[in-house]
Design a protein around this ligand. Structure first.
Ligand SMILES: Cc1cc2nc3c(=O)[nH]c(=O)nc-3n(C[C@H](O)[C@H](O)[C@H](O)COP(=O)(O)OP(=O)(O)OC[C@H]3O[C@@H](n4cnc5c(N)ncnc54)[C@H](O)[C@@H]3O)c2cc1C
Length: 421
């Protein structure tokens, strides 16, 4: 039984169903309604924490044949990934990741300013150089998770949408069932892949899980001239050309965190992450604080739960961020100047204190497994994570102890993700 129809939940369902395991997945809204359908669409190995490397490299292998394996397009293209540096300091900073690439046999290399200009011929910016991984790629978020969900369904999984899971029942200290808004499903194994909702769900079961969110605004342009041949990230911009010829563009360091009671509960654990990974995070306080404040810690399982009240987490994109992105496109990519914005949206990126996922069984509740905290880079690794999680659930998987939940409580210093990008 899987809670959550994002890329993690549906990929796990697909791998389990292919092994003949009975799977039911419940999604409170629609497949990929939250992070998995709102992200930039980058599928990158570059810049990952060393702990994620085996899983992301396996994920790339899965992406390369995914369309063929499921018989549907997911928009995957191996277009590479470039981190472009404006200064020597930035270049040194990116270069510090190269030993990780080398250790894992990845094709990441330093590129000169001229090579960056070849990769991004339509830009006005003069970059000193960068690092580039040609084997990285991109896919279309609005296509990928729904297509994988349909494939899981064809392989025998039951995919239930508009079906919130309210809670879990136990017997003799183990999971015995989940309670959905439409009734109870007997099961001894539950995977909670509930994205931004995981911490709240776990708290209702007395499982502490530090998780906060930051909000990012993204725009999709109308189709335009080709001004780059790879996914490009620098201090100000994250941009890639979509399969339809338009561009997904975001400000790479414009993120917001709406202060909520959980901010204070977890603040101490997040200080380093916010400083290093989300240096440009703007803090605000508003309705979200009151909403979380009013949220009960536990709720009745025979009445409407918080998950039904918010079917899809759909934060409003910031007009200021959209205007900034439009200005950046005009100035940085003159051949795209004045290009129409077809759509703008926002997404809540959920993250753990070390910006690395949690994939584990809860110590105090046997049968309750957690897969969350993919922290702003979970789309690319999603299929690889799904395969590894399916292995964990069937007892045939690889060692996932690096992703254990207890790392936040065992008194050891946190190893912060080297570069989330
Ligand atoms: C703006 C933005 C840009 C990003 N860019 C990238 C990128 O370029 N590359 C990359 O690799 N990653 C990126 N990410 C991160 C990536 O999107 C996420 O890490 C990934 O999608 C997480 O997948 P998930 O399945 O864990 O969670 P989600 O996609 O959030 O899915 C969780 C699902 O669980 C459901 N759910 C929750 N509670 C319940 C319940 N009680 N009952 C039933 N259903 C429930 C929710 O409705 C939701 O659909 C980005 C994220 C954002 C927001």
């Amino acid at each position: 039984m899987i809670i959550g129809g994002g890329i993690v939940g549906v990929s796990t369902a697909w791998f389990l169903a292919r092994q003949g395991v009975d799977v039911i997945l419940c999604e409170k809204g629609h497949i990929a309604g939250e992070q998995s359908g709102r992200n930039w669409g980058w599928v990158r190995q570059q810049g990952r924490d060393a702990r994620e490397m085996p899983m992301i490299m396996e994920s790339l292998r899965i992406w390369r044949t995914l369309a063929e394996d499921i018989g549907e397009d997911v928009g995957f293209m191996q277009t590479g990934c470039l981190y472009a540096a404006r200064t020597d300091d930035e270049l040194d900073n990116y270069g510090a990741w190269l030993p990780t690439a080398k250790e894992h046999g990845l094709d990441t290399r330093v590129v000169s300013g001229d090579e960056v200009a070849d990769l991004v011929p339509g830009a006005t910016a003069k970059w000193k150089g960068g690092i580039y991984t040609a084997s990285d790629g991109q896919a279309e978020p609005h296509k990928a998770a729904p297509a994988i969900a349909r494939a899981a369904s064809r392989s025998g999984a039951s995919i239930l949408t508009s079906c919130a899971v309210r809670g879990v029942e136990t017997q003799a200290g183990r999971v015995s069932a989940v309670v959905t808004e439409f009734g109870t499903i007997k099961t001894s194994v539950v995977l909670c892949a509930a994205g931004a909702w995981t911490s709240m769900f776990c708290r209702s079961l007395d499982i502490p899980l530090p998780q906060l969110t930051v909000r990012g605004t993204v725009v999709r342009t109308m189709p335009g001239e080709q001004v780059l041949s790879t996914c490009v990230w620098d201090h100000d911009v994250g941009i890639r050309r979509r399969q339809d010829g338009g561009y997904n563009v975001a400000h790479s360091s414009f993120l917001e965190h709406a202060i909520v009671p959980s901010t204070f509960r977890f603040a101490r654990r997040y200080l380093r992450a916010f400083r290093q990974e989300f240096g440009g995070v703007r803090l605000s306080i508003g309705r979200e604080f009151v909403d979380e404040w009013r949220m009960p810690r536990r709720w009745r399982l025979d009445a409407q739960s918080p998950f039904e009240k918010t079917r899809v987490l759909d934060p409003r994109p910031r007009p200021r961020a959209i205007a900034g992105i439009q200005k950046m496109i005009d100035e940085r990519f003159p051949r795209l100047a004045g290009i129409g914005i077809a759509e703008a949206w926002a997404g809540e990126v959920e993250t753990t204190p070390d910006v690395v996922p949690v994939i584990d069984e809860a110590e105090n509740l046997p049968g309750f497994f957690i897969a969350t905290g993919l922290s702003g880079h979970g789309f690319g690794i999603g299929p690889g994570a799904g395969k590894a999680i399916a292995g964990m659930l069937t007892g045939t998987g690889t060692d996932l102890s690096e992703f254990r939940l207890s790392r936040f409580f065992d008194g050891m210093p946190l190893r912060l993700n080297e570069k989330a990008g």
